[in-house]
Write a protein that binds this ligand. Structure first.
Ligand SMILES: [Zn+2]
Length: 259
């Protein structure tokens, strides 16, 4: 199954981020945006802070250059704007945001979110907790193949994993798979419910701006990241927000998927 809590992935380790009575490192869900560069005046529409994580916590493996905090932001206001956003954390005070206007969509009457959507989510303290994960075990790897790939499996296990992928493809797809077996990894789910997001870097000045498969999936936020908070309303229970990071310029690219 797909993550039911916020999960972080980095360097073959997985952490859950859970609501807690107190936040030992000050991690929190919700609250107003914390960085210059993301206000409605600057972006043209509202951006929401999902959570802010303190990299002093040894379980927050992904440390950004020039910033102690790892903020997870997303734009929920879809009317006349893009479904994805990118941002580079320049410091704990300032962010450079990137939006792709080519992706703007017209939702017609299906406006999301409605007028009752909060300007900011209510603040909830968070704590981290390790998830048991062994990158040499097929069962563990298959649930997180979008984050870590299969390179840490033995060659025999890699081959048998890919064979299983092909078998499943041939069973459900209209035509049998005839391409290279490794490319089947682009069609496997886990932890992303529709498979690896494979975004390009949103920073127009980065060499990865026009390249796919270069970013690292480092976080998944489920529809109900903390108790009683549903990010997508009653119809969005199966929606995930995915966070990828560019290894060259540390731009974070945020997209969503649903089953
Ligand atoms: Zn980049």
């Amino acid at each position: 199954m797909f993550p039911e809590t916020i999960q972080l992935f980095h360097d073959y380790r997985i952490e859950e981020v859970l609501a807690a009575p107190q936040a030992e490192y000050g991690h929190h869900f919700g609250g107003p945006i914390l960085h210059e560069g993301l206000s409605e005046n600057e972006c043209g529409f509202p951006v929401h802070l999902i959570c802010n994580l303190n990299s002093r916590d040894p379980l927050v493996e992904l440390a950004l250059p020039n910033a102690q905090w790892l903020p997870l932001y997303y734009c929920f206001s879809y009317e006349n704007q893009s479904m994805s956003m990118g941002y580079r954390v320049l410091s704990d005070q300032r962010i450079e945001a990137f939006f792709n206007n080519d992706e703007r969509i017209d939702l017609g009457n299906d406006r999301f979110p409605g007028d009752d959507f909060p300007a900011a989510f209510p603040v909830t303290p968070l704590q981290t907790q390790s998830v048991t994960f062994d990158p040499t075990k097929v069962q563990d790897v298959s649930s997180y193949v979008n984050a870590f790939g299969i390179a840490n499996l033995s060659l025999t296990d890699q081959q048998s994993f890919l064979k299983d992928c092909k078998q499943s493809w041939d069973k459900y797809a209209p035509e049998p798979w005839t391409g290279p077996l490794e490319e089947l990894l682009d069609h496997q789910t886990g932890p992303a419910c529709q498979g690896p997001p494979n975004s390009e870097c949103a920073n127009p000045n980065c060499a990865n701006h026009t390249k796919k498969r270069e970013l690292e999936l480092f976080a998944v936020v489920p529809a109900t990241p903390v108790p009683k908070i549903s990010l997508w309303g009653e119809w969005g229970d199966d929606t995930q927000i995915l966070f990828e990071i560019c290894p060259l310029c540390f731009t974070i690219v945020v997209t969503n998927q649903c089953t």
